[in-house]
Design a protein around this ligand. Structure first.
Ligand SMILES: Nc1ncnc2c1ncn2[C@@H]1O[C@H](COP(=O)(O)OP(=O)(O)O)[C@@H](O)[C@H]1O
Ligand SMILES: [Mg+2]
Length: 334
């Protein structure tokens, strides 16, 4: 029912378990059923390009009839986000402050929250566009609990408020501007704009009014995004995992934190299960495929020393199993 009923699917899971592969396959399936699909990756490695063996990138690219794709690049998002913030702040401040704004933006670029805040804004815009122009939007990443909390807290305004605090040091009105963005105590944190009248920037001078309105627009966008993400009618979260211990543990933790944030969890994709017919022929085929890749590795990394470790029959867990791998490393020449 997921591909029929939902508008927004998010595919989570540990690195390498098959998120991109499964998201891409789901997108193809939905498009083959006549849905207009937007497939989005937020992975700095160009994983959709790799999976479809063609370049996608940061503009909407048609991959199949009814299937468009988009690759968001976190570094690029930060640059563009800071450029937007800085342009807006300059509109609202005296030219003497421009150097200070530039300096502030350079500092913000290095702050740990900058990438997340920038990525959130872009994802929020992509979700709005996707829900307008497409039947279904599939993200090959799921937000973390932390990301979701950012959507309803003023911390996501990092670049903005930092820039404002510095550019507007002398304005005692600044407290008033920021006050409009912070939910009053006792109010629903997840819904800071529940009472629009409380936030109306009335009685401010033109400049502070403009700043407040820009920030409020961003906050409202985030709030709409959070509403969509947590709406079980429209959205669903799927986790991909492999039948191995660490992916199971990590999925357990992620599921718990996202359920706490009220994200509608719809199911698991258990990938890379050994098929029932995995006999000698299967192994021979796997070995042929592996040989192709081993040759590739030898060619691509000819100048690097390579240490080879064979696949083990069981998960590697505990000191004894790790000691066995240590022995294999030693045999391989390490
Ligand atoms: N069921 C499967 N059988 C064989 N290979 C798979 C399967 N699922 C994924 N892969 C391969 O595993 C690798 C990692 O998958 P990917 O979808 O990129 O993972 P993620 O996006 O979670 O990092 C890719 O090379 C992909 O082709
Ligand atoms: Mg991926």
């Amino acid at each position: 029912m997921l591909l029929t009923d939902k508008r927004l699917l998010l595919v989570g899971g540990k690195g390498g378990v098959g998120k991109t592969t499964i998201s891409a396959a789901m997108a193809l399936l939905a498009s083959s059923r006549g849905k207009k699909v937007l497939l989005v990756s937020t992975d700095p490695a160009h994983s959709l390009s790799d999976a479809f063996a063609r370049s996608v990138g940061d503009s909407i690219t048609r991959l199949a009839p009814n299937l468009d794709a988009l690759e968001l690049d976190p570094d690029r998002e930060v640059e563009q986000h800071l450029a937007r913030v800085s342009a807006q702040l300059k509109r609202f401040t005296r030219p003497e402050m421009f150097n200070e704004i530039e300096r502030q933006m350079r500092l913000t670029r290095q702050s740990p929250g900058a990438q997340e805040a920038a990525m959130l804004e872009r994802m929020a815009n992509v979700i709005e566009l996707g829900l307008t122009d497409y039947d279904i939007v599939i993200f090959d990443t799921a937000p973390t609990g932390h990301t979701l909390r950012l959507l309803s807290l003023p911390e996501a305004m990092a670049a903005w408020t930092q820039g404002l605090l510095n550019a507007n040091k002398r304005s005692e009105k600044l407290g008033e501007v920021l006050g409009h963005l912070t939910p009053k105590s006792g109010r629903d944190l997840a819904n800071p704009l529940a009472d629009p009248a409380e936030h109306a920037p009335a009685g401010m001078d033109e400049r502070n009014k403009a700043i407040t309105e820009t920030l409020l627009a961003r906050q409202r966008l985030f709030q709409r995004t959070r509403e969509v993400l947590t709406d079980a009618q429209q959205s669903a979260l799927l986790f991909v995992l492999t039948p191995e211990k660490l992916p199971i543990l990590e999925t357990g933790r992620a599921v718990q934190s996202l359920v706490q944030e009220k994200l509608p969890l719809a199911g698991l994709v258990v990938n890379r299960i050994l098929p029932a017919n995995a006999d000698g022929n299967f192994l021979a085929a796997r070995r042929t495929q592996e040989q192709v890749h081993l040759t590739q590795i030898a060619e691509d990394f000819a100048s690097l020393r390579r240490y080879k470790i064979p696949l083990q029959a069981t998960d590697i867990e505990g000191i004894t199993a790790l000691q066995q791998i240590a022995g294999l490393l030693e045999e391989s020449g390490l």
